[in-house]
Design a protein around this ligand. Sequence first.
Ligand code: ATP
Ligand code: MG
Length: 138
Amino acid sequence: MFSRILVAVDGSEHAHRALEVAIDVAKHYQATIVLLHAFPHVSDFLGTPFYESMLESRMLIGRSLLESLRSIIGDTVAVEEQLLQGPPAPAILRVADVEHCDLIVMGSRGHGQIAGLLLGSVSHVVTQKAHCPVMVVH
Ligand code: ATP
Ligand code: MG
C-alpha cells in the first residue's frame, strides 16, 4: 500500500517517535523512507564570510541529525535523505509531491514551547494541505 514514506524530522522526541512508527510501517510494506529535515533560512544580508559560515554550520547540524537517525533505521530499510533550507511545512509538501511519497509520517509537536496545543504549526499545515495520507504521531 505504501512504497515511499516521507518522515519529517526536527530532532525532537516527537519526531523520533514518529520515525520509529515509520520504520515499522516501512518494514511491513518494504517501503523506502525519505528522511527530511529543513533548517532555518540563512539570510544573505549577512554578507560574506558570515553567510557562508552560518550556512555551513546549519548544514552540518542538519547532516549530523540525518546521519544519527539513519543509523537508528539500520540496513533493513532503504533510506533517502533530503536536507533543505527554509520553512519546514512547504518543504515537506513539496518533497512529498516531487519524490512521489504516498505517506507522510511526522510528530504532532516538535520543539515548540506553547503547552496545550494538539498540533504544532508544521503538522497543522501539512495535515491540511498534503496530497497523500499523513500519519501524526503523538
Ligand atoms: P511550532 O514549531 O509551531 O512552535 P512545534 O515545534 O511544537 O510547534 P511542529 O513544528 O509543528 O510543532 O512539529 C511537528 C512535527 O513536524 C515534528 O515532530 C516533525 O515531524 C515535523 N517538523 C517540524 N519542524 C521540522 C523541520 N524543521 N524539518 C522537518 N520536519 C519538521
Ligand atoms: Mg516546530
